[in-house]
Structures are given as structure tokens and as C-alpha cells.
Design a protein around this ligand. Structure first.
Ligand code: PLP
Length: 411
């Protein structure tokens, strides 16, 4: 009996049955294997800025080095006073009303807090509205928490804006909240204020929490401006996520935050849940916390990268132009963030399994992208391109994709 027990296979928990995160899925594993075999892969798959030479501002790095000797202790579970104060000031700049230090939670990246925000809220059967396509961590976090993800469609024809009718249609008595990713990953959409107001109204009428992911709120092209959805109402509960990873090119410092605002009175129980989870992981990494104050108060160098002629703006323009030149491929020009989400006309590219398609493309081209269904897009006719590589690498990578698609069409 003991031997049989010792040989028992160890399965993953049932909680994970519907949890997946395809951005780091099988294609990435295959790409790693190919690299180990000595092949060079061009990675258009992950928004990891520093690995493309897009480095954090030097003042953040220098301050982290200076602070490191004093950063060996745990902090308050929600985070240190000074960076939380800096985050409160940031919410004031964004016009989010009524935020105090107590409403700010610092985490090991926004990711940790996104998972926490769902774990603290959801019971089996509770539903959360999520965009399709989405940043897949949300769908995974809702599933892990026992909730049911319900995806609302973002409309490619209207520049990937959320379809309000679809949102309304998908609300049930079990719907607890709606996730709004603005600026959006993977589409690069930036939502106009009128649309945000309509989403707020839907949330108000149905008592929904608005989970607002604004991690790209400074990564804006063509002089665009960003409105925090939480600045638009005081009588709706908002949970806003942001952090240093993207705007400050500091993914590895794992410094993110979450701010509760609006109708907090209604949310005392939920907030208690958040506090329990925050204390369970003791605190977020202290060096990352210390970077926040420097970042928010410092020179906003992202502006140079996204301004016309700046490195990110040039790479965006090039990627979108080259993709749109491929027959049967159409790509909405992103207004923000680091990604575009081109469409493959199904009449020209009859793909039945886009994960296999992306793997085949990887084998043939040594270019790695992520399939659209990895972002919970319902049909196998999109993929996501990260336009972080230098222009020469982008030209090479998209050229290879174009040649691969040319062969594919002729089959
Ligand atoms: N939210 C969105 C929309 C993202 O694209 C990402 C990372 O790509 C995250 C959150 C995670 O950010 P962090 O590095 O702060 O965990």
C-alpha cells in the first residue's frame, strides 16, 4: 500500500482546470528549446521592455542601488508610506476623487494585485465581464477564484472599442464586476471619455465594480491623452491597477499598485478580504516599492519614446505598415501601449487551430508571436505582435512572417 501511495501521480489541483496563460504557453517553450539548439529567435511575444534595450530611467536605477542596503526588511502589507503617498498624488493628478493612503496597495507587479482582487471577491458562480480580446491574466484570475469569466466583444471595426450592447447583453444577476483595460493590451486601443462614461453608467445601474487596468496610461502616441475611468464617478466602486513595468520600463522590479476609489462604503467586506490577502503575502518586495516614488516624481522619459519620431512611435508605425502590406492581413493602428493585433482574413488563411499555426510559423520563420485565442479572442484569425524590437529586427521578423504567409496562401 505504501509503495502504491509513493508511486501515485501528482495532478494539478482542480482549481486550475480552466486556468491558462498562453503568452507563456507551448510556443514559448518550443522557442526556448530552439534557442538551446542554437537557433536565434526574434521575439515579438512579450512586452518585456528592458530586454529590447528600452531601459528604466537612470535615476530609478541609481536610487534603487542607493536604497538597497536599507531595503532588507518587510514593510506594512499595503506598502511603505512614501510610495503610497506618491501614488495618492498620482491619483490626484488623474482626477480620481477621494483616495487616501489607506486605499493604496502596492504589489509585486500589478499581476499579484489583479489575482488578489478577484480572489477576495468571487464565490463559485459569480461572473466577471472581461474584454475579448483580453489580457489573459484576468480570465485566469477569475477562473482561479472560482468565478466565471464572461467575455464582451471589442469591435475591430470601431478601432477595438468595447461593444456596449454586448456588455449589456451579458450582464446577469450574478455579475459582480467589469474589467476595463484602457489603454488596451493586446489591441492598443485607447477609449474615448464618452465610452468610459457609458461603461460607468452600466456599472452604476447594475451595481458592478469597475476593475480598471491603466498600466499603459503614459504609453500614448500621436499626442493622445488618457482619462482614468475612476475619475468619472464617486458613486461606483473602482479598483484601478497601474505600475512601473511599462511606463517606466521596469518589468523586473515588480512594482505595481492598486487603488480603491468611489463608493467604498458599500465595499467594507470586500476591502477586509483584500486586506487579509495582502497580509498573507506579508508585503511586496521593498526595493521595488522604493522605486515608485522616484519614478512618479521623476522625468517622464516615456514621452520621448512615444512622441512622433521617438523609438516606440517609429516601431509602431513600421510594424503596422508592414503588416498591412501583407495580402489578407489587416491591422488597426494602436493609439497606445506596445502591441498590435492583426487579423488574418479567414477566406485567405483558413486556420482551424491558431496555436498550431503559431508553432508552425515559429518553426519556419524563427519568429515568435502569440495566437489570438491566447487572449480569449473567440476565433482563430488573429495574432499579437509586440513592437518592441528595433526597426531592423521588426523589418526582418515581419518580412519572414510575410514570406511564411505567402507560402501558406498557396497551399
Ligand atoms: N496589465 C496589463 C494590461 C498588462 O499588459 C500587464 C503586463 O503585460 C500587466 C497588467 C502586468 O503588469 P505587472 O508587470 O505590473 O505585473
Amino acid at each position: 500500500v505504501a509503495a502504491a501511495r509513493a508511486a501515485r501521480p501528482l495532478h494539478m489541483s482542480a482549481k486550475l482546470a480552466n486556468v491558462c496563460y498562453e503568452i507563456r504557453g507551448p510556443a514559448l517553450a518550443r522557442a526556448k528549446q530552439m534557442e538551446e539548439e542554437g537557433q536565434k529567435i526574434i521575439k515579438l511575444n512579450i512586452g518585456n521592455l528592458a530586454t529590447f534595450g528600452l531601459l528604466p530611467p537612470d535615476e530609478i536605477v541609481q536610487d534603487m542601488i542607493r536604497n538597497l542596503p536599507d531595503a532588507a526588511g518587510y514593510t506594512d502589507s499595503k506598502g511603505l508610506f512614501a510610495p503610497r503617498k506618491a501614488i495618492v498624488h498620482y491619483t490626484q493628478e488623474k482626477g480620481i476623487p477621494g483616495v487616501s493612503i489607506d486605499d493604496v496597495y502596492i504589489g509585486n507587479g500589478a499581476s499579484e494585485l489583479i489575482v488578489m482582487s478577484m480572489q477576495a471577491l468571487l464565490n463559485t458562480g459569480d461572473e466577471i465581464l472581461l474584454p475579448a480580446p483580453d489580457y489573459p491574466l484576468y480570465t485566469a484570475a477569475v477562473s482561479l477564484s472560482g468565478g466565471t469569466p464572461r467575455h464582451y466583444i471589442c469591435d475591430e471595426q470601431s478601432g477595438w472599442l468595447p461593444d456596449l450592447e454586448d456588455i449589456r447583453r451579458k450582464i446577469t444577476p450574478n455579475t459582480k464586476g467589469i474589467v476595463v483595460i484602457n489603454p488596451n493590451n493586446p489591441t492598443g486601443a485607447l477609449y474615448p471619455v464618452e465610452l468610459l462614461r457609458e461603461i460607468v453608467e452600466i456599472a452604476r445601474q447594475n451595481g458592478l465594480i469597475v476593475f480598471a487596468d491603466e498600466i499603459y496610461d503614459k504609453t500614448l502616441y500621436d499626442g493622445e491623452t488618457h482619462t482614468s475611468i475612476a475619475s468619472l464617478a464617486e458613486d461606483v466602486l473602482f479598483v484601478t491597477f497601474n505600475g512601473l513595468s511599462k511606463n517606466y520600463r521596469s518589468c523586473g522590479y515588480r512594482a505595481g499598485w492598486m487603488v480603491i476609489s468611489g463608493d467604498k462604503r458599500r465595499a467594507q467586506g470586500y476591502i477586509e478580504g483584500l486586506n487579509i490577502l495582502a497580509t498573507m503575502r506579508l508585503c511586496s518586495n521593498t526595493p521595488g516599492q522604493l522605486a515608485i516614488q522616484t519614478a512618479l516624481g521623476g522625468y517622464q522619459s516615456i514621452k520621448d519614446l512615444v512622441a512622433p519620431g521617438g523609438r516606440l512611435a517609429r516601431q509602431r508605425d513600421l510594424a503596422v505598415d508592414l503588416l498591412n502590406q501583407i495580402p489578407g492581413v489587416s491591422c488597426v493602428k494602436p493609439k497606445a501601449a506596445l502591441y498590435c493585433f492583426p487579423r488574418l482574413d479567414p477566406k485567405i488563411y483558413p486556420i482551424s487551430d491558431d496555436q498550431l499555426f503559431i508553432l508552425e510559423m515559429l518553426e519556419e520563420t524563427r519568429v515568435l508571436v502569440v495566437q489570438g485565442t491566447g487572449f480569449n479572442w473567440p476565433t482563430p484569425d488573429h495574432f499579437r505582435v509586440v513592437f518592441l524590437p528595433h526597426e531592423d529586427d521588426l523589418r526582418e521578423a515581419i518580412g519572414r512572417i510575410a514570406r511564411f504567409l505567402d507560402q501558406y496562401r498557396r497551399r
